[in-house]
Design a protein around this ligand. Structure first.
Ligand code: NAD
Length: 360
């Protein structure tokens, strides 16, 4: 049966990079027999401009009916002064929450062709392949109560709440364990159990879930140490699992080990494996409309979609090989350009990946 893919280009470079990923999906459909239908809808600032809300009901309805979602990025300077309730980012948070996309998978892989792009020494990062599993729909970003109140003294006090239920921890640790079983069979659970009761409980649940996976080696690390270890000796990690906020910070740190924000895909999954797939970067207003954005993170997000939501691992492998071939052939967008390479724009590198896919 044909699978429904909802395409949400969003704002800024989202429009440009998603166009390249759609070109690739169309090639898989037309030349390789991938049985898909694609719909497109509005999200973020472009949705706000057209409908007055960053997450229109029509988009949410299509999202609920889809098997997988491909997202570009949302946000931009144009919408920064809007009330927080209708800012583009709110549309994305709302979509994740509404669809129950609780598991955020962020691989940080160093492509050998781009080893020079990392700010760390090559011997520290070469061969790097970490999977960060971040809890995405709970924790301090959603906990109540939250706000800013005025004290009797007239001073303001801001407050947010870190809250997790055992079931929320259980399901995210299980996702990490399942992924580790298909990789290096090691999971590091990151918490701050020495200071925060909530994450003390997180650790207890992680241990309990770990008992169901005797083949996986489970370790624990405080978040401050994990941040240090990520830049000191990142190759010690296989899979890391952590809370929403810790994962937000650590995964950006891990991404930068690879030196190239334009190369890293992500997946956000619900309990049934339905997912939203997007590059980890934002809408890059500074380069939007110039045709120079790197679409490879979005194209690699399509590979994750094929693997995790559409059961097409072989096609996912093909995409990843096509990206490798494109890099081997020297094609580089400006963000990953180095001396002697072939500097190209968004469309040209997208075309090169499609050509590499056809040639393989
Ligand atoms: P950003 O990721 O958009 O950009 C950071 C830097 O990386 C910029 O210099 C940009 O030019 C560069 N960059 C990003 N993606 C690139 C690509 N594919 N190719 C080449 N260069 C690339 O982060 P920011 O500037 O902090 O945020 C811009 C907007 O994006 C903000 O409105 C922010 O809220 C939003 N944002 C959205 C998401 C999302 O949609 N998931 C994530 C992060 C930020």
């Amino acid at each position: 049966m044909s699978k429904n893919i909802l395409v949400l280009p969003g704002d800024g470079i989202g429009q440009e990079i998603v166009a390249e990923a759609v070109k690739l999906l169309a090639c898989l459909r037309d030349d390789f027999g991938l049985d898909i239908d694609m719909d497109e809808a509005l999200i973020g600032g472009t949705a706000y401009d057209a409908t007055g809300t960053p997450l229109p009901d029509a988009t949410l309805d299509l999202a609920r009916e889809s098997d997988a979602i491909l997202l570009g990025a949302v946000g931009g300077t144009k919408w920064e002064s809007l009330d927080i309730s209708v800012r583009p980012e709110r549309g994305l948070l709302g979509l994740r929450k509404e669809l129950g996309l609780f598991a955020n998978l962020r691989p940080a892989i160093l492509y050998p062709q781009l080893a020079d792009a990392s700010t760390l020494k090559p011997e520290v990062v070469s061969g790097l392949d970490i999977m960060i599993v971040r809890e995405l729909t709970g924790g301090i970003y959603f906990g109540q109560p939250r706000g800013v109140r005025e004290l009797d003294s007239g001073e303001k006090e801001g407050f947010n709440t870190l809250v997790y239920r055992e079931s929320e921890v259980d399901r995210i640790v299980r996702v990490a364990m399942d992924i580790a079983m298909k990789r290096g069979k090691r999971v590091c659970s990151v918490d701050k159990a020495n200071v925060l009761e909530c994450t003390e409980m997180w650790r207890e649940v992680a241990v309990r879930v770990g008992n169901d996976f005797p083949d996986v080696e489970l370790s624990h690390m405080y978040v401050d140490n994990a941040a240090m270890q990520l830049v000191r000796a990142p190759k010690q990690f296989d899979v890391m699992v952590t809370t929403n906020m810790f994962g937000d910070i650590l995964s950006d740190c891990a991404a930068m080990l690879t030196g190239s924000i334009g190369m890293l895909p992500s997946a956000s999954l619900d309990e049934n494996g339905r997912g939203m797939y997007e590059p980890i970067h934002g809408s890059a207003p500074d380069i939007a409309g110039q045709g120079v954005a790197n679409p490879l993170a979005t194209i690699l997000s399509v590979a994750m979609m094929l693997r995790y939501s559409l059961g097409q691992s072989e096609m996912a492998d093909r995409i990843e090989s096509a990206v490798m071939k494109t890099l081997d052939e020297g094609f580089r967008t400006p963000d990953i350009y180095s001396e002697g390479m072939n500097k190209v724009g968004t469309e040209e590198i997208g075309d090169a990946v499609v050509a590499a896919l056809r040639a393989n």
